[in-house]
Design a protein around this ligand. Structure first.
Ligand SMILES: CC(C)(COP(=O)(O)OP(=O)(O)OC[C@H]1O[C@@H](n2cnc3c(N)ncnc32)[C@H](O)[C@@H]1OP(=O)(O)O)[C@@H](O)C(=O)NCCC(=O)NCCS
Length: 157
């Protein structure tokens, strides 16, 4: 199965939509659930949902906020960073993460996209590799608890 076919098989009742400051509480709650060690303070979430340099998307199941991605554009460096990205545990394995990432990359519209991920985060690393990201470096002891980060990059153009 290819990344394209994931988005084609996204369940019909799931929508990928723009996220706004109105989503701040739902975003913060889901972030704490998905990143027990690394969740952002709420004011960082608010900033990410309002800064002009960011692309912010949510996955919605009706009124339920079930996933998000924030991309941060650095046009002068011709690069963007995926700043945060998650799907509610009950909704994983259906292509929602891949669809969020795909839409975000399209909207970022920079030649390269980078991200960092905990070395132990196998599901995320598998998704990134399958979707064209490769490891370009490591940041030793970057995360809380002292875990190293893998830095991964995808060339879009
Ligand atoms: C990483 C994360 C966002 C992935 O979200 P997701 O919605 O499960 O992603 P997808 O469904 O697109 O892909 C996950 C798996 O489902 C499979 N899949 C996707 N669509 C599918 C479909 N229609 N049918 C069957 N399997 C499917 C994929 O092949 C993939 O399988 P793999 O793990 O064997 O490679 C999610 O695991 C998460 O939120 N993790 C916690 C937060 C996190 O670590 N974020 C990244 C920080 S860097």
């Amino acid at each position: 199965m290819t990344a394209d076919s994931f988005s084609l098989t996204l369940p019909k009742q799931i929508a990928i939509l723009p996220a706004t400051w109105r989503d701040v509480m739902a975003f913060h709650k889901l972030e704490k659930l998905c990143f027990p060690q690394d969740a952002w303070p709420i004011w960082d979430v608010f900033a990410a949902l309002t800064l002009p340099s960011t692309v912010r998307l949510k996955a919605a199941h009706g009124e339920q906020f079930i996933g998000f991605v924030i991309g941060d554009r650095r046009p002068r460096q011709k690069i963007s960073w995926i700043a945060t990205f998650a799907v509610h545990p009950d909704y994983r394995g259906q292509g929602i993460g891949t669809a969020l990432l795909e839409r975000c990359e399209q909207m970022l519209n920079t030649p390269r996209v980078r991200l960092s991920v905990r070395m132990s985060n196998e599901p995320a690393i598998r998704l990134y590799k399958r979707y064209g990201y490769r490891v370009v470096g490591t940041w030793p002891r970057y995360y809380k608890g002292g875990e190293d980060a893998l830095v991964m990059e995808k060339e879009i153009a």
